[in-house]
Design a protein around this ligand. Structure first.
Ligand code: NDP
Ligand SMILES: O=C(O)C1=N[C@H](C(=O)O)C[C@H](O)C1
Length: 233
């Protein structure tokens, strides 16, 4: 496949290595606001910055080039991208995290939330730790984890900070040099704690998932998720 990399930073470079090792060709490497001809590519992979993701994605959709987006911090415009994709009969996936391990962790988190939903002695909290170059907080992955709990409990939302709250899920965001991404969900009571945790050791899992999603989406039409790609039930 001919792949356009929209964003050629830490993730773009990791994706390039995996894509080439799987027999693909990189035809576009876009950073900043370069003018590009997206039609040179069979599929585009966007790991850029929150302020440019929406423009990158809609350029692909408008040109009927399937697009995989991993950029976080732009989701206020997600519904607009979805509607455009449906209107143009194009193909699009956004995932806050493309690694297989985190996508299994998302399902585990939902199951645990269901089991804990009636146990009032336990307080939920979350923590995400990332490298100091990360632009957004909390991480997209932490937001997906919080949504997974909200869908399965009476929690109404999430908030940044460590304040225990009956209504919202507190999320602490820590920035420590070189950490690729660590997410923990706790349920604490007076007598014990339950903890589930995912630790990325490097960026290879994110990059492989994005390339697998790009291979999967070519020839399809619609708005999909990593659950579709990985066939997780
Ligand atoms: N979903 C997932 O699985 C994962 C998601 N991410 C997310 O992916 C994004 C990128 O992460 P990462 O690679 O670490 O970040 P980097 O900062 O290393 O890379 C982002 C790149 O995007 C470039 N860029 C800036 N403006 C544009 C534009 N208009 N079009 C295209 N590229 C542009 C930047 O260029 P310059 O430096 O010149 O500004 C930079 O090279 C983040 O939002 C991060 O949260 C990260 C890992 C996994
Ligand atoms: O910025 C990162 O590095 C990461 N961002 C994603 C997020 O915001 O969840 C995924 C991963 O944790 C790495």
């Amino acid at each position: 496949m001919k792949i356009a990399l929209l964003g050629y930073g830490r993730m773009g470079k990791e994706i390039e290595k995996i894509a080439i090792s799987r027999g693909h060709e990189i035809v576009i490497r876009k950073d900043v606001d370069d003018i590009i001809d997206i039609n040179l590519a069979d599929v585009a992979i966007d790991f850029s910055v929150p302020s440019s993701a929406f423009d990158n994605i809609t350029n692909c959709i408008n040109n009927n080039v399937p697009v995989i987006s991993g950029t976080t911090g732009w989701l206020d415009k997600y519904d607009e991208a979805v509607n455009l994709c449906i209107e143009k009969n194009s193909a699009f996936i956004y995932a806050s995290n493309y690694s297989l391990g985190v996508n299994i962790f998302f399902e585990l988190n939902k199951q645990l939330a269901k089991m804990m939903s009636n146990l009032e002695d336990y307080n939920i909290s979350m923590e995400e730790i990332h490298h100091t170059k990360k632009l957004d907080a909390p991480s997209g992955t932490a937001i997906t984890l919080a949504k997974g709990v909200i869908e399965n409990t009476t929690k109404g939302g999430w908030e940044l900070g460590d304040k225990t709250s009956k209504e919202n899920i507190p999320i602490v965001a820590k920035r420590i040099p070189d950490v690729p991404g660590t997410h923990t969900v706790w349920y604490d009571s007076e007598v014990d704690s339950i903890e589930i945790k995912h630790t990325a050791h490097n960026r290879k899992g994110f990059a492989l998932g994005a390339v697998v999603a790009a291979e999967w989406i070519v020839g399809k039409e619609g708005v999909f998720s990593m659950k579709d790609v990985l066939n997780i039930r």
